[in-house]
Every structure is written in C-alpha cells, then in structure tokens.
Design a protein around this ligand. Structure first.
Ligand code: KIV
Length: 279
C-alpha cells in the first residue's frame, strides 16, 4: 500500500523511525522503493548531486518537475515529495501556489518542501489550506547559503535554539505535516522533536529526530566528498570507474563485443546478398 503524508504522523506516534532518502531519477527511485524506503525526496540537492552546480540556487522549477516525473514513475509505494526551488515561493504566496501546483500536477509529487520558518509560515498555511501537503525545513537552509555565509551548523546558542523551535512550531501551526531539521546540535533537535506534534526528519541533527534523511549520492559514494553527517554504505564511484575502465580496455584489445553479443543473419543470407561464401 502506498505511503501518504498522514502515515508519517502515525509512525511518530508509534515510535517507528521514518526513513527518507533523496532520488532524482527513475532507476534510483525504483531501487529506493524496492528497498522499502517509505519517503523519497526529490531534493533541490539535484543541483549539486546530479547537475554539477556548486549550490542548489540555480535549480529551476522546470528541472524539478522533469526529475520529479521520473522519480514518480519509479516509486510505486513511497511518498514522493518535491523541493520547491529558490525563488519559486519566497516571492509571494500566489507564486508558491502556482509553482507547487506545477510540481503536483506536472511532476506528480504528492507533497512539496519549502525552506524557512516563521517568515514563510503564512505561505505554508495558504498551501496547506488549499490541499497541498507541505514539509517544512529549518536549521541550515541551503537556499540561504549566501546570507548565512556557508554551510554552518545552526542552533548552537540558546537564542538560536529557541528561534529554531519557534520556526518549527510556526510551520506546524501552518499545517506542515513534517519538518526537516538540518545541521543542528543533536540535543536541540531532540528537544524540538519532543515539543512538536508533527514528525521531525533529521539530517546532521542526531538520532533524536523521528526520522532521518540522507542524500542518495552521499550514501552510495557518488559524491565528490562525504559530509560528516553521512555514512558511505557503498563505493559506487569505484565500482563504476572499474567497470568503465574494463569496458574501455576490452574495446581497445578487441575482446568486446564477442560472438555472444553479436546478432547473426539467416544461414546463406550474407552470401546471397553480397556474393562469395559470406565469410
Ligand atoms: O535538497 C535536499 O536534498 C534536501 C535534504 C538534504 C533535506 O533538502
């Protein structure tokens, strides 16, 4: 049975950890789904992980709709959430409505994710009251990296920790069904998790959150560097590099393709077509 946003609330209440991962294309979504991961985020980390940008800022709504469509085709059971890219919701609630609509209608996502706390809560309320399920995102906000001066841990001081909780509470109040907490001290995230009725999904925020999310490419060893909060479960860069070098060598040494990879004409067809003995 496919997972819906409401199910995450039941999982929090039951104390069941919520596993989430990013995916950006059909094969990775199919595998995440087959692995039994209930929530897939088409993150705007697409920009860094797949499109070769050095931040998420250049990612467009068109990029997100295109990749979300592919992920939705691969995810039979998982809940698919699409990130709203930079400047597609900060400008006005009307823009947010129109652009979230595209991610749901054209992309086929079941929910959207927005970065920010109290300042975007009115926009979140407008979306949720119109039937768009929204996941919030507080702590380190990659779309605000130029303002915050880098990818830094947030919520270290008492004032920042309190502000983070107020942001998360405002999102909950506005109808968000879950809140991502990124790069925040573990005890701060755990306290926010206790105080929120909706599930928290951590990344670099310790084990006290209701769930965890990771960028697929970090888990699989496909990123140029593995961030501290991630664990490499595989070295796919090494596997892919080895396979591509073996292929290159086989072609150069004429070991590939072999007879088993090559189609055959009907008996006598070559001689009849070109004359000679067809050898
Ligand atoms: O874009 C993304 O992948 C994200 C997750 C890291 C939470 O926002």
């Amino acid at each position: 049975m496919s997972v819906r946003a409401r199910r995450l609330q039941e999982m929090k209440q039951a104390g069941e950890p919520i596993v989430c991962v990013t995916a950006y294309d059909f094969p990775s979504a199919r595998l995440a789904d087959e692995a039994g991961i209930p929530v897939i985020l088409v993150g705007d980390s697409l920009g860094n992980a797949v499109l070769g940008h050095d931040s998420t800022l250049p990612v467009t709504l068109g990029d997100m709709a295109h990749h979300t469509r592919a992920v939705v085709r691969g995810a039979r059971n998982a809940l698919v959430i699409a990130d709203m890219p930079f400047m597609t919701y900060q400008t006005s609630a009307d823009d947010a409505m129109r652009n979230a609509g595209r991610l749901l209608q054209e992309g086929g996502a079941q929910a959207v994710k927005l970065e920010g706390g109290r300042t975007i809560a009115p926009t979140v309320r407008r979306l949720t009251e119109s039937g768009v399920p929204v996941m919030g995102h507080v702590g380190l906000l990659p779309q605000s990296v130029h303002q915050t001066g880098g990818y830094r841990v947030q919520g270290r001081t008492a004032e920042q920790a309190r502000a983070l909780l107020d942001d998360a509470l405002a999102l909950q109040e506005a109808g968000a069904f879950a809140v991502v907490i990124e790069s925040v001290p573990g005890d701060v995230a755990a306290e926010a998790t206790r105080r929120l009725a909706v599930p928290t999904i951590g990344i670099g925020a310790g084990a006290g959150c209701d769930g965890q999310i990771q960028v697929l490419h970090d888990l699989l060893g496909l990123s140029a560097r593995t961030p501290r909060h991630a664990k490499r479960y595989a070295d796919l860069s090494g596997v892919i590099l080895g396979a591509l070098r073996a292929y290159r060598d086989d072609v150069i040494e004429r070991r590939f393709p072999g007879a088993e990879h090559t189609p055959e004409a009907e008996a006598g067809a070559v001689a009849e077509a070109f004359g000679g003995d067809g050898a």
